[in-house]
Design a protein around this ligand. Structure first.
Ligand SMILES: C[S@@+](CC[C@H](N)C(=O)[O-])C[C@H]1O[C@@H](n2cnc3c(N)ncnc32)[C@H](O)[C@@H]1O
Length: 282
């Protein structure tokens, strides 16, 4: 079947569930993943065809998209800060707002050759430690996650992106003191309250790891409290703590950091004007 004809059927099948723009995006991602063809290749050669095994593959993908499985899990990869990452259901799909957090750290520590010691807490796919290791070429980067499945993916991604990171399998909530001291501690910990589940889309709820997302309504800042306490002891003098935060809890998170005793708190909004990031200094 001609790819251009199949595109029409593909879009029709998903039109009730996604916007037209999203469906086209899925289609071109799948074409690129399966056939290594870009959008421009299809425009230049209208005679390109799908084989029966391609059609079987696309039909399987359609079923998964209909059940709201994220496209990144279907193709098994995503892009973050211009690098490719393997992703499975064991890890959160890296988000654009996390790129803003990385860019903030890069702006603050402009000298990419500086010798820094960096700790990331809540590794997931490894997007934060890998981006930082890639930028700060002389940095020693450590990264902690409670999930051994997530660490397996992060190790793969570190190797594929040519960086060395020390990965540590630990439950941060059970740590009394960090083993090292650091210039930068950064974390995008779980922060979505159970009560916010109503705002979360089906694809996230059904497919992304709840361990990476949710916290108890009664103590939504549990990770921020623990990590700030650990950072207070383990940041080098003048060192910085960076968090991605729950957009509804900007003030509460700032107040908590002040009470624990860090200073120079800066609360930043993302490009959509939502409170999304906090920085503090020792
Ligand atoms: C919001 S995800 C962030 C993942 C990745 N850093 C990112 O930005 O895409 C939070 C991560 O924290 C990890 N995590 C959850 N509870 C933890 C705990 N008690 N100790 C350490 N890591 C934990 C999860 O496994 C998950 O990978």
């Amino acid at each position: 079947m001609l790819i251009s004809d199949y595109k029409f059927l593909f879009c029709q099948k998903l039109e009730d569930k996604y916007s037209k723009e999203e469906v086209l995006n899925f289609f071109f991602l799948l074409i690129e993943h399966r056939l290594n063809l870009r959008r421009v290749d299809l425009a230049l050669d209208r005679s390109l065809k799908l084989t029966s095994s391609d059609l079987e593959y696309f039909s399987q993908c359609l079923q998964e998209l209909e059940s709201h499985r994220p496209i990144q899990y279907i193709i098994g990869s995503t892009e973050f800060m211009d690098l490719d990452y393997k992703v499975t259901e064991a890890v959160l799909i890296p988000r654009p707002e996390t790129e803003e957090l990385i860019n903030w750290i890069k702006q603050d520590f402009q000298d990419a050759n500086k010798t820094l010691k960096i700790l990331d807490i809540g590794t997931g796919s490894g997007c934060i430690p890998i981006s930082l290791a890639k930028n700060f070429v002389n940095a020693e980067v450590h990264s902690i996650d409670v999930s051994s499945e997530a660490l397996e993916i992060a190790r793969y991604n570190a190797k594929a992106n040519n960086v060395t990171i020390k990965f540590i399998n630990k439950n941060i909530l059970s740590v009394d003191k960090l083993d090292d001291t650091y210039d930068i501690i950064v974390s995008n910990p779980p922060y979505v309250r159970e009560l916010e589940k109503v705002e979360i889309s089906q694809n996230v709820l059904k497919h992304e790891p709840s361990l990476a997302l949710f916290v108890d309504d009664n103590d939504p800042l549990v990770f921020y409290r623990k990590i700030t306490q650990l950072a207070k002891d383990s940041l080098n003098e003048g060192g910085s703590l960076y968090f991605e935060i729950n957009e509804y809890l900007g003030k509460e998170t700032s107040d908590l950091i002040i009470v624990i005793g860090l200073k120079n708190i800066v609360l930043r909004k993302d490009i959509f004007e939502r409170d999304r990031m906090i920085k503090a200094n020792k």
